[in-house]
Design a protein around this ligand. Sequence first.
Ligand code: TZP
Ligand code: MG
Length: 214
Amino acid sequence: MIRSFPYRLYLVTDEAACLGRDFFWVVEEAIKGGVDVIQLREKNLNEEAFYLKAKSLKVICQKYNVPLIINDSVDVAKAVGADGIHVGQSDMSISTVINRVGDMIPVGLSLDYLEELYAEDANDAWYYGVSPIFSTPTKSDTRAVWGLEGLQALRKLTEKKLVAIGNVKVENAAEIIAAGADCLAVVSAICSADDPAHAAKALKKEIDRGLKKS
Ligand code: TZP
Ligand code: MG
């Protein structure tokens, strides 16, 4: 089957990064600015609160026809009818996720190291998160940075869609795309921006510029 992941700008949520502004306002502005896909990733919520947030977010995503991806929790993804699931190396395995949800919706896998590409079920992922492309204050427990050279090396080894995450901003967006990323994922560049819609639009413009260079 064709595992399509045609997105370019991926918002990963973090309520703390919204700087006290209404979370759903930030997300809606981001969508208006051009975000193509959203991942609900809230590390400070219990399962019930995470589920309720996912349910509300799904309503907004549906209104704008933007897919909603859930971080880690297959149960929450299934309960809200999410459009995808994202897991890291220490989460539920990709094969278990696919056994539970079927191979119908995008399942993303974060890669911390190049060797992880050769894990038994890594090929079942629909896209890879290149994590982190650069170090970021938003997530302190990351492994070694990929950098542009690491991304270029990975690009040569896989045809899967590559989503770069970690300190992605307007200033480096075009070069990350030119180095081989298909999509850029951001938290603070949008969630903490004064004007999240404008921030998303500016990132999209740089992605287009990077695509012309790649
Ligand atoms: N995974 C790797 S880096 C990161 C995640 C969730 C956080 C990215 O945040 P920011 O603010 O876009 O650097
Ligand atoms: Mg995880």
